[in-house]
Ligand binder design. Sequence first.
Ligand code: ADP
Ligand code: TPW
Ligand code: MG
Length: 581
Amino acid sequence: MAAVLSPAATPSEAKMTDGFHLVLDALKLNGITNIYGLPGIPITDLTRMAQAEGMRMISFRHEQNAGNAAAIAGFMTGKPGICLTVSAPGFLNGLTALANATTNCFPMILISGSSEREIVDLSQGDYEEMDQLAIAKPLCKAAFRVLHAEDIGVGIARAIRSAVSGRPGGVYLDLPAKLFAQTMDAAAGAASLIQVVDPAPRQIPAPDAVKRALDLLKGAKKPLILLGKGAAYAQADADIRALVEKTGIPYLPMSMAKGILPDTHELSASAARSYVLPEADVVLLVGARLNWLLSHGKGKTWGGKDHKDWGGQKFIQIDISPTEMDSNVRIDAPVVGDIGSCVAALLAGIGNNWGRPPAEWLNAVADKKNKNVAKMAETLAKDPKPMNFHSALNVVRDIVKANPDAMLVNEGANALDFTRSIVDMYKPRKRLDVGTWGVMGIGMGFAVAAAVESGQPVIAIEGDSAFGFSGMEVETICRYNLPVCIVIMNNNGVYRGTDKNPTGGADVAPTVFVKDSRYEKLIEAFGGTGVYATTPAELRKGMEEALKSRKPTLINAIIDETAGTESGRITSLNPAAVLKK
Ligand code: ADP
Ligand code: TPW
Ligand code: MG
């Protein structure tokens, strides 16, 4: 009789589950433990239940930042990062991050609650009405909607596979409000869930493609390896390092590939970039696209006569996406497959007696590099008043060297370009930045996820404009007590703080902010540590204390407002610069 009285024995309740729980169970079954999101109708209870079920539910102040957090979690872990939002406006706020994730090949799933299908499809004006699936489709790799609780398992499985297999990217999963409250038999529900087997299958390159690539590489007089963020994502660090070291070929890391090998490696050609690109005869691209960041593989950067002229290099390209080949210039030896398998296949063909590239080439690269490094050391040693980007970043450079496991988040224009070239990285997947679009606003979302996913301290080097796009998340950083040290390179504006209103009117110029803004007070409002730093010594002290204490810290580093240049290093992309030519 006692058994009959216990609540667990009430047959109708004990054996049922619902849409809420099926979604969470499906995620957990696939090893997903963190959700980045923002609550509201219809997903408030989903966020509560996620926490109750032992998942880490990180609540943001704006969905774009939650989406950016999910995207970079995907890059760091190779598992899809999850962003959870409410319908229409919340969904749209998350969509920018989803599109950015897709552009950058980061695996991410945006899960948004949506309004009632029957009402939305008749355009009858539901609460937050929007045909979200249709809107998401062109901006992501795949988009799905689940209408029935028994399809949740399939829906999540398809979303996971779409995000991480082949070229990774963003996936949208539409979950209408009604779905969450649907109930079904618990055993049948559990049986309907899918634990995805081998979500990102290896893709082995064809042997003849590998041979073609090796033949080309072998005959090169001035070979160069270019590592992109796909190479970082692939987590094939040891083999990539072996490829560089066994061939003795100089390599150039793209921004987020810095640290796959330590930037201090003798074969790093970073400091000789403008020499090696036009000079190289055979270039091996590993997880890097020949997009605008590489001047489309042609033009003056590559030794061409004008911006359309091909420099004459031959290209080997390792990429998981077959259609990436020839997208900008001819790829002489495409090697299609996953980077781990492709690099392993190349290594097998290379063996232990590959020889070295001609000494002439290696010496020329080393010469150029040493000269540039010496020049940079001179600049970094200066101590101008006020502080400039170089003297401030010299401090950051030391701090990162002393804390190689710390994550580095970076956005801005000058604040980005100078940090990229001055601050050496020592370990893979530590540098997280504006990526393929050069998008502002990734800063605090990336910083939160970097801390949550890695457990390591995070240093965020932010332009004062860049920071503004996600600055309210300092509350989130304080709320979760994350070990994030934000350094704002405060030069009073976008690129510089010196522009004038040409009419002499009362409004300041469009690129100028309030002078001497006290950003450090923002974090103090939420219990974090604020530091006002006008000298490298003050900056150093602030950063050292932040790293030691792991307390949320915001350092307002006052930079000479004349120090920056328009658009940082990409001034030439401004239409007015083209007009002047
Ligand atoms: P970067 O901006 O650093 O040059 P891109 O984002 O342009 O890098 O290029 C990344 C490339 O890496 C994409 O073309 C993508 O298809 C590829 N990629 C991502 N993951 C893998 C992988 N595991 N194996 C092979 N290629 C990959
Ligand atoms: C979403 C255009 C590129 S860089 C930048 C803007 C507004 C800010 C530069 O100023 P900051 O850095 O951050 O103070 P610094 O050191 O040069 O002074 N909107 C989006 N993305 C981009 N890229 C822009 C606008 C932009
Ligand atoms: Mg600025």
